[in-house]
Ligand binder design. Structure first.
Ligand SMILES: [Zn+2]
Length: 156
């Protein structure tokens, strides 16, 4: 699981769902990430809530989860994540997480891949979004039992 695959290969793309993220949700992530960057130059992170259907993951919200740690290493406090998951309506679930890489490549770090590994143990599919609020750009990754794949994030 710890290996990053680039792009949707014509063979490996089968079974990898498309990820729909509304522009307003994308803007919410940039805003939270920019606020964190202004405060201490660090990363922001949060969860992705949505619905998983056969070939589409629709993200319906991206709540910001302020981390407990400072500096560039950030992760979502497990208790906060569990509380959020328990409070969700029945038709949505936690489908993944997002965080920011201000001013550096939007590819998962070794720490990020470890976070993904821990999440995929409790969910068959994990969406990871990495945003850079300074250039208003994001990259979307999906992890399933075949690995972590860079995918296109579209608008619903
Ligand atoms: Zn990262």
């Amino acid at each position: 699981m710890g290996e990053l695959k680039e792009g949707i290969g014509e063979d490996k793309g089968v079974g990898i769902p498309h990820v729909l993220i509304d522009r307003d949700i994308e803007r919410d992530m940039y805003a939270a990430a920019m606020a964190q960057y202004i405060i201490n130059g660090g990363e922001a992170s949060g969860l992705l809530v949505g619905r998983v259907e056969a070939d589409v993951v629709t993200v319906t919200s991206a709540p910001h989860m302020p981390g407990e740690s400072e500096h560039s290493f950030c992760r979502i406090p497990p208790l906060t994540a569990a509380e959020l998951a328990a409070s969700l309506p029945d038709d949505v679930a936690v489908v993944g997480w997002w965080h920011s890489h201000p001013r550096f490549a939007r590819t998962p770090s070794a720490t990020d891949l470890a976070t993904i590994d821990s999440m995929v143990r409790s969910s068959p599919l994990v969406v990871s979004v990495i945003v850079d609020p300074l250039v208003c750009a994001m990259d979307v990754y999906i992890t399933d039992d075949s690995g972590t794949w860079h995918v296109d994030g579209g608008y619903g």
